[in-house]
Design a protein around this ligand. Structure first.
Ligand code: NAI
Ligand code: MG
Length: 487
């Protein structure tokens, strides 16, 4: 197979990584890698099949019953730390590869590489600090708990933040001593394959991490229905999350679902707008809005609506879109399909108005999937623009008159992932932090994607389970209670 790998790659993207070896996909099928900045094909990745997944699960099981199952926690920590160190050393390469693969501007891709390193440092340091409890019980007994790995964990990740999701999901699972099978998104496999190469170089034992690229309905479905998988972590769309939950029900395995959102930021008249403005806009346009925790709704107290709209519009008009290597504010959308999805929202404003748009650079390559960021005003809370996840650089502004109304609008979608509250009133900050239905609440800041240390996950259709922080380690472990009678 002529995979035509980019000469700058430090790995062969056309191989699966199974049991510590680089192997061709059993079916001999491949998928093209597209550079979304210009639409060119830059190589091939394996189109993994059921057989490849089966081999990966078998390899992971063998690692658990073999050397990995006997590796002390502190040693696991050292290995993760070495992965983190190597990711740091290769951060510029990883950023360039990611930028080429998914179109994100170089600086944003570099931030993802640094986040991946941070996850490995954080979870490396956490490995030997996960403790059980002793529990007071009846006379003559000693009772304690053990936190044990699930076993083989399956990870289905999306294309929008491959490195960050590998860090928070695979990092947590490895720290707890699980063995991993990772199915990256078909649009963005390169940094997952690079991660496997780095793990191999620093001495992660064979079979502890397996990477099988491929299509969701093929390799993905094979992984989530495999009876040898003991836990599934998924980040992606609601419909696929539902499919995965059904598959997990068959095998009765736990799942972590991170399914995106419609995250609001609530801006009150007493807010420090100078501080808020960059956060408000960036949370909508970062990674061209293809962010689960993007803030796609700006709820603003009516008294300052016109002022905030004018200031946001001014920022929007200054935003520039171009190829990833140009490192502007936004790159292209990841695919033609993703651009079309967003376009369909913009084609039906339901009475709302476009307040401002950014600019696609005139010399941006024709084959790239470029879309100007768009700010929309006059949006009714029940408009689909204010209800559905758009997953593109589109923010809607919705006015409110009272704190109660702001909370009602904020909670008035099916989602609940992240929320931001901008106000100087301490009492209101505390009230709203409690009243808003959301996995994370930021007060006078907003952290789309950031915060390795901060537990992250959804409520409602944003999913459930928590990744990031120490909380992830509980999710990637099983609690065992040991009751000993000694008289
Ligand atoms: P998707 O949910 O289809 O893809 C995410 C991952 O799931 C990929 O690795 C894919 O191969 C896998 N997958 C797809 N079907 C599967 C199946 N039947 N069984 C197992 N795995 C499967 O998302 P897609 O199509 O890339 O994007 C569509 C929409 O999903 C976006 O417009 C956005 O709204 C949402 N999305 C949300 C993300 C988030 O961060 N929460 C990330 C990506 C997409
Ligand atoms: Mg790609």
């Amino acid at each position: 197979m002529n995979a035509r790998p980019d000469p700058g790659l430090f790995f062969d993207p056309s191989k699966c990584f199974i049991g510590g070896l680089w192997v061709a996909p059993l079916g001999g099928d491949y998928l093209p890698i597209e550079n979304p900045s210009d639409g060119t094909q830059i190589g091939l990745i394996p189109r993994g099949s059921k057989g490849d997944i089966d081999a990966a699960v078998t390899a992971a099981r063998a690692a658990l019953t073999g050397v990995w199952g006997k590796t002390p926690a502190a040693e696991r920590g050292r290995i993760l730390a070495r992965i983190g160190q190597k990711v740091l050393e290769r951060a510029d390469d990883l950023a360039r590869i990611e930028a080429m693969d998914v179109g994100k501007p170089l600086k944003q891709a570099k931030a993802d590489a640094l986040a991946l390193a941070r996850y490995m440092e954080f979870y490396g340091g956490a490995c030997d600090k996960i403790m059980g409890e002793t529990i007071p019980y009846l006379d003559g007994y000693t009772v304690y708990t053990l936190r044990e790995p699930h076993g083989v964990t399956g990870h289905i990740i999306p294309w929008n933040y491959p490195m960050q999701v590998i860090g928070r999901s695979v990092g947590g699972a490895l720290a707890m001593g699980n063995a991993v099978v990772l199915k990256p998104a078909e649009e963005a496999c390169l940094t997952a394959i690079a991660f496997a190469q780095i793990a191999k170089e620093v001495g992660l034992p064979d079979g502890v991490l397996n990477v099988v690229p491929g299509l969701g309905e093929e390799a993905g479905a094979a992984l989530t229905t495999h009876p040898g998988v003991n836990h599934i972590s998924f980040t992606g769309s609601v419909p696929v999350g539902q499919i995965i939950q059904r598959a997990a029900a068959e095998n009765v395995v736990p799942v972590t679902l991170e399914l995106g959102g419609k995250s609001p930021q609530l801006v009150f008249a007493d807010a420090d707008l100078d501080r808020a403005l960059p956060f408000l806009v960036n949370a909508g346009i970062q990674n061209a809005g293809q962010t689960c925790s993007a803030s796609s709704r700006i709820l603003v107290e009516r008294k300052i609506h016109d002022e905030l709209l004018a200031r946001m519009a001014e920022r929007y008009r200054a935003l520039r879109v171009g190829p990833a290597v140009a490192d502007l504010d936004l790159g292209p959308m990841v695919s033609k399909r993703q651009k079309e999805i967003v376009g369909s929202f913009l084609g039906d404003l339901g009475g709302a108005e476009i307040a401002a748009r950014g600019t696609v650079e005139a010399n941006a390559p024709n084959g790239g999937h470029y879309l100007a960021p768009t700010l929309i005003s006059g949006v009714a809370p029940n408009n689909r623009l204010a209800q559905d996840e758009i997953f593109g650089p589109v923010q809607v502004m919705i006015p409110f008159d009272s704190e109660e109304e702001a909370v009602a609008i904020a909670n008035g979608t099916d989602f609940g992932l992240v929320a931001g509250i901008w106000t100087a009133d301490g009492g209101r900050q505390m009230r709203l932090a409690k009243a808003i239905r959301s996995g994370q609440v930021f007060i006078n800041n907003y952290g789309a994607g950031g915060g390795v240390e901060l537990p992250f996950g959804g409520t409602g259709k944003s999913g459930y389970g928590r990744e990031k922080g120490m909380e992830a380690l509980y999710g990637f472990s099983v609690l065992k209670t040991v009751a000993a009678w000694h008289g």
